[in-house]
Write a protein of this length. Structure first.
Length: 172
């Protein structure tokens, strides 16, 4: 049984000699528990199939810059739902590896924009089939309509106002 159901009530001490009986709960009934387990499966599959050097978030930056050359760090924050300090660290790592370049925006000298380097474009091209393999590992046993439903439901969870408020990435 998932989550260790035993069929008996557990005792929970409330203090001052009071005890409440708590019904056992199947951990799989908690969406967050399932999401955490899915994230563990994703990380393991990513490291096995794609790379132990380039993380899925770094891949996301490379892909966004491929689609939107000249993006700012703020654009990356919004596109990946990450805070500014996390993006700054990722950008620095990718820049040190020669995968992206950061330059002053010609139209607004106060703003930095980023582009893939030739090496970054080559790395992205090499990674993409491996990323699709991770997708296959994670969802290949689902029928196409279940795969679409899973993506739709996860997107709905992430776009829900309560979730958006809880993970507000604009505040540092």
């Amino acid at each position: 049984m998932t989550g260790g159901q035993s069929g008996t009530c557990a005792r929970h001490h409330l203090g001052a000699g009071r005890i409440a009986l708590v019904e056992p709960v199947d951990l799989a009934s908690f969406t967050g528990f399932l999401i955490r387990r899915a994230q563990q499966a994703h990380v393991a599959a990513w490291q096995r199939e794609v790379s132990s050097e380039v993380t899925s978030v770094q891949f996301g930056v490379l892909e966004l810059l491929h689609r939107n050359p000249g993006s700012s760090q703020r654009d990356l924050c919004e596109g990946l739902d990450l805070d500014r300090s996390t993006i700054a660290d990722i950008v620095s790592r990718l820049q040190r590896r020669g995968l992206i370049e950061r330059v002053r925006d010609a139209d607004d000298r106060r703003r930095n924009v980023m582009h893939l380097t030739e090496r970054g474009a080559e790395e992205l091209e090499k990674l993409l089939p491996r990323v699709w393999q991770v997708e296959h590992v994670l969802t290949g046993d689902l029928n196409p309509s279940d795969r679409v439903a899973l993506q739709r439901l996860l997107t709905a969870v992430l776009e829900a106002p309560r979730v958006r408020d809880a993970v507000d990435t604009t505040a540092d």
